[in-house]
Design a protein around this ligand. Structure first.
Ligand code: 5CA
Length: 156
């Protein structure tokens, strides 16, 4: 395991959760890659997407089947405008590279929003710190650990 995976496992342990991290050498960089590797529905993949709403960095935990409606995200966050952040900023805030950003265990605490579509599944899969490591988790447990606010920000 890598240092990045160790940090995610340690963050989970703080919530008394033992992560079952699985490595897929062919990669899990995108939701489609991860779903193909795991052999699950794309909707079961958790995308951990970083946006800036005004001057605040936020995390949108989004089903792999959905796209983020940024207007809806801005409204949920109570802000005025959103923008994508670049890869360097994602690494600075989270401590992880794009394609491996996990849903928790970030360097800087960020406010998180949770796509309710994820709650339809018994288990979902999220990145474990690298573009080839993922772990399964009950979405309700993931919601609890992240302290995220459930809100429909998907573009459907
Ligand atoms: N490991 C997979 C599934 S868990 C994963 O991390 N998917 S993800 O969707 O959360 O992360 C990839 C996302 O990073 C892409 O959907 C895209 O929104 C974002 N991204 C890719 N390249 C850039 C970039 N250059 N700058 C900012 N965001 C990017």
């Amino acid at each position: 395991m890598t240092d990045a995976v160790d940090r995610v496992v340690a963050a989970a342990a703080e919530h008394d959760l033992v992560l079952d991290v699985v490595e897929y050498p062919d990669g899990t960089r995108t939701a489609a890659d991860a779903a193909a590797a795991v052999g699950c529905e794309i909707g079961q993949i958790v995308k951990s997407l970083i946006f800036a709403v005004d001057d605040e960095i936020v995390l949108a935990l989004t089903s792999g089947a959905n796209r983020v409606d940024t207007d809806a995200l801005v409204e949920l966050a109570g802000g005025e405008a959103s923008r994508r952040v670049d890869a360097d900023a994602v690494r600075t805030v989270t401590g992880f590279a794009i394609g491996g950003v996990p849903p928790f265990g970030h360097l800087q605490p960020v406010r998180a929003f949770f796509d309710p579509s994820l709650l339809a599944y018994d288990s979902v899969w999220a990145a474990a710190g690298t573009p080839r490591h993922v772990f399964p988790i009950d979405p309700s447990r993931l919601l609890e650990i992240t302290g995220a606010a459930v809100g429909d920000f998907s573009d459907r």
